[in-house]
Each structure stands twice: as C-alpha cells, then as structure tokens.
Ligand binder design. Structure first.
Ligand SMILES: NC(=O)c1ccc[n+]([C@@H]2O[C@H](COP(=O)([O-])OP(=O)(O)OC[C@H]3O[C@@H](n4cnc5c(N)ncnc54)[C@H](OP(=O)(O)O)[C@@H]3O)[C@@H](O)[C@H]2O)c1
Length: 253
C-alpha cells in the first residue's frame, strides 16, 4: 500500500487552524489526508463535512494531556504516513497583569503554546517527508517583551526562537520550519484573551482577517522562509524591535 501524504493541523476547530485546513485542501495538490486536532469534536465534524478534496481524519483531544496525546502518537505509528505539512496552531492567551491572573491561566499559556507545540513537533518529526514543512504559530508578541501580556509574549518568543533553531537543524533533511508572527487577527482568540472585552482601538485598527494571514504563511512556508509576517504594521514592529533598545520600546508600549 502506498504511503499516505498527510498534513497535521492542531487548533483546527477555529480561527487560523481551521483556515489552514481549508486552504491546504483548496491549494495543495500533494496532500491525501488532513489530520485535524482540537478539543471540540462537533466543530471538527463540521469542518470535515466542508472539506472537498482531501479526506479528513479528526482527533478530538486535549494536546496538553499526555494520555490524550498518546492517541495521536498511536495513530502515527499505525498509519505510518508521510507528514508533508505540520501546522501547530493551537494556542491561547490571557491578557492582564501577571499578579491579577490565576496560576492556572498563566501556566496554560506555557503548557499549550510551548510544551504541547514541542511535543507534537517531536512526535511528527520521524514521519516528516523531504520536502516537508513545519508551520509554527508564534506571534508579533514574540518580537519584544510586553507589559500586561508578559507570559504570552514570552511563550511566543520561545516559539520563534525554537522554530528558527529547528529550521537550521532540519534543513539537511529537507524540512523547513516557518514561524508565523501575526499581529491581532479576528478570531475567537481575542475574545478569550480579553475575556469578552473589545480589543483596544489601536489593535482594532491593525486587525487582520485569518484568510490572508494563512495564505501568506503557506506561501512563505513553500518558499522556505523562516519567518512569516503579515502586513506593514507588524513588519514595522519587527524592524523596530531589532533596531531600538528594548527598554525604550517597553516604555513606549
Ligand atoms: N488571533 C490573534 O490575534 C493571534 C495573533 C497572533 C498569534 N496568534 C496565535 O495563532 C494561533 C491560532 O490562534 P487563533 O487566533 O486561530 O485562535 P483560536 O481561534 O482561539 O483557536 C485556537 C485553537 O486552539 C485549540 N485549542 C485550545 N486549547 C487546546 C488544547 N488544550 N488542546 C487542543 N487544542 C486546543 C482550540 O480548539 P478547542 O477549543 O476546540 O480545543 C482552537 O482550535 C495561536 O497559537 C495564537 O496564539 C493569534
């Protein structure tokens, strides 16, 4: 039997993860099956019905729970697929002062944004094809420390640093790693992050839709870029973070 060429997408029940599934299905001819991972089963089932070209296999599981992650590892072992694309889009943010948030909320960001991302990447790696693409959802928050978003920004700085180093490590195997670093994107993420409150006016002004952010990320990944930044405002933030002292930027923010 021929080896199946698959894409694995975490965070597939909503926002950018769901959009990655849609666009991979529409534009990528080299994928037979998409493995869609998230906790909400009904959402994954709805997505499965919508997808036309690839077959979809859903994995309703919590990737922060080691025993549930085993289900994904077992499926990889059984199917022995070729993973052409891995998208780690599952993520969470809680805004606000560090001393005002619960320990659970603070730790959840590190557990999902970092630990689970490392776990899924490590799990998928032996199955990655040459060429293969790993797309890690970081954030423009990765570019500099952020007051009242301290844990989230640090968790995304981890993703950016990890992705860049891994990209160098994996080049010889034909696997490229792209860190996606958007600014605010109009998804459920912002409702969860701001606990239902409207984002600040400046954030609303630079807010992007998930579709073009994902389209650019897929293009950048195809071109082997190590970082994907959508839109001029976030490119400006990236440049400023490289040129100006962090102490000044922290004060300005
Ligand atoms: N939206 C933004 O402004 C923005 C900006 C920059 C970067 N990002 C990053 O982009 C990525 C995607 O965000 P988004 O905007 O698309 O957010 P979203 O719409 O809230 O989607 C988050 C996804 O993560 C999944 N998820 C959460 N906890 C999980 C768990 N324990 N196990 C498995 N899946 C879990 C959610 O599904 P279930 O609830 O069904 O599990 C959902 O599918 C995140 O890493 C985020 O940090 C977002």
């Amino acid at each position: 039997m021929e080896q199946k060429r698959i894409a694995i997408v975490t965070g597939a029940s909503s926002g950018m993860g769901r959009e990655f599934v849609r666009q991979i299905d529409r534009h990528t001819r080299t994928i037979d099956e998409i493995w869609a991972v998230a906790r909400r089963k009904e959402r994954l089932e709805e997505l499965e019905k919508e997808i036309k070209n690839c077959s979809v296999r859903i994995f309703p599981l919590d990737i922060c729970k080691e025993n549930q992650l085993d289900g994904l590892e077992e499926a990889l072992l059984q199917a022995n697929p070729g993973v052409r694309i891995l998208v780690n889009a599952a993520g969470v943010g809680t805004a606000g002062a560090f001393d005002g948030m619960t320990r659970q909320d603070a730790l959840r960001m590190v557990e999902l944004n970092d630990m689970a991302l490392v776990a899924v990447t490590h799990m998928a790696l032996p199955y990655m094809t040459n060429p293969g693409h790993i797309i890690q959802l970081a954030s423009a928050s990765a570019f500099l420390p952020q007051k009242e978003f301290a844990v989230y920004a640090a968790s995304k700085a981890f993703v950016l640093s990890f992705s860049r180093a891994l990209n160098e490590e994996l080049k010889k195997k034909g696997v490229r790693v792209t860190a996606v670093c958007p600014g605010p994107v109009d998804t459920e993420f912002l409702d969860i992050c701001n606990q239902g409150m409207k984002p600040k006016p400046l954030k609303r002004l630079v807010m992007a839709k998930p579709e073009p952010v994902v389209a650019k990320a897929l293009r950048d990944a195809k071109e082997g870029r190590e970082i994907s930044i959508y839109g001029l405002p976030m490119k400006g933030v990236y440049a400023a973070a490289r040129l100006l002292p962090q102490s000044l930027l922290l004060k300005l923010m």
